[in-house]
Design a binder for this molecule. Structure first.
Ligand code: 13P
Length: 338
């Protein structure tokens, strides 16, 4: 595949302030989400839930790509249309999560390495046939006393680059996702330094492994204090730290940065994205690739019932619209009640 085609796919996903719906929860993760609304995690229920998200009218105005899970990319809408075909017909690029999860890293207590490289070339070929044009691989890094370790950062960066090179060979845009987790009590400065070290290692490996930076999307965390830190920073401080960090570590040739929500509330994730996009000096489109921050209210409106489908779709499209406004630096709290 010509490099320019990968670049065109990446740019189309984030064009016109659109972002990504991360609907690639593994069976274990979606089961946790369903538990929270007391819905049994069966294959038909998982299919019905994804059906409501993907068929929501108007979502395509705000969503340029959807990340699917292995089970979901093989499923069909109520009318029998395969999900990837349905999405593509709406102008939404189908994507696929290809890592097989974060597992304990040998010799590094409390740290993980993301697995999934074995057989990846073959799986990418199959996913391409099923319609996937972009993929996702998520590495997770914990912040703490001497963490993340250089060892953990290095091996995760190497794996991300190996995955990205294989994706590009297969004609698939890799989303490179190194996530510095926000679930401890570290400060915003700790997050800044951990993210800076991680991005430096990731771009060094991407270069070493001949990945074309114009044919990737970066999916990072924002620069945030840990959930348990007493000093919860303002959106202005978060935005300034985030742009500062990414300007120093992400080449301008990267066609887009799509943030994960990572445990922020729906409104926090929208307001922080908007505040970042009101700053000057952004060489790349800065958009969203949210899972929880696009789905939390929709799940609650659905509650596993056919009677909840319409309300869930309305809430989901509303959040997508608010986040697209934030990607354009045009979000206004008044939109929430509009
Ligand atoms: P959250 O937005 O819920 O963090 O999920 C995004 C994602 O895809 C994490 O890999």
């Amino acid at each position: 595949m010509a490099a320019s085609e990968l670049n065109a796919i990446a740019r189309s996903i984030v064009a016109n302030d659109r972002g990504i719906l991360a609907a690639d929860e593994s069976t274990g993760t979606i089961t946790k989400r369903f538990d929270s609304i007391d819905v049994e995690s069966t294959e038909p229920n998982r299919r019905a839930y994804r059906d409501l998200l993907f068929t929501a009218e108007g979502m395509e105005e705000y969503i340029g790509g959807v990340i699917l899970f292995d089970e979901t990319i093989r499923q069909q809408a109520d009318d029998g249309t395969p999900f990837p075909t349905l999405l593509a017909a709406k102008g939404v690029v189908p994507g696929i999560k290809v890592d097989t999860g974060a597992h304990p890293l040998a010799g590094a207590p409390g740290e993980t390495i993301t697995e999934g490289l074995d057989g990846l070339r073959k799986r990418l070929g199959e996913y391409y046939e099923l319609g996937a044009r972009f993929a996702k691989w998520r590495a997770t890094l914990s912040v703490g006393e001497r963490l993340p370790s250089r060892y953990c950062v290095r091996v995760n960066a190497q794996a991300l680059a190996r995955y990205a090179a294989l994706c590009q060979e297969a004609g698939i845009v890799p989303i490179v996702e190194p996530e510095v987790l926000m679930d401890t009590d570290h400060s915003i400065d700790d997050c800044y330094h951990a993210t800076a070290r991680t991005l430096q290692a990731v771009f060094s490996e991407l270069g070493a492994q001949r990945v074309d930076l114009e044919g990737i999307l970066l999916k990072p965390n924002m620069i945030l204090p840990g959930k348990g830190n007493a000093d919860q920073a303002s959106p202005e401080r978060i935005a300034a730290a985030t742009l500062h960090c990414f300007r120093r570590h992400v080449p301008a040739s990267v066609p887009g940065i799509v943030f994960l929500s990572g445990g922020q509330s729906e409104i926090e994730a929208t307001v922080n994205l908007d505040t970042i996009n009101r700053l000057d000096g952004r060489p790349w489109p800065l958009s969203f690739s949210y899972g929880r921050a696009l789905q939390a209210s929709a799940l609650k409106a659905w509650m596993g019932a056919a009677t909840g489908v319409e309300a869930a779709q309305t809430v989901f499209v509303h959040r997508a619209r608010c986040n697209a406004a934030a990607a354009g630096g045009r979000y206004d709290a008044a939109l929430e009640t509009a």
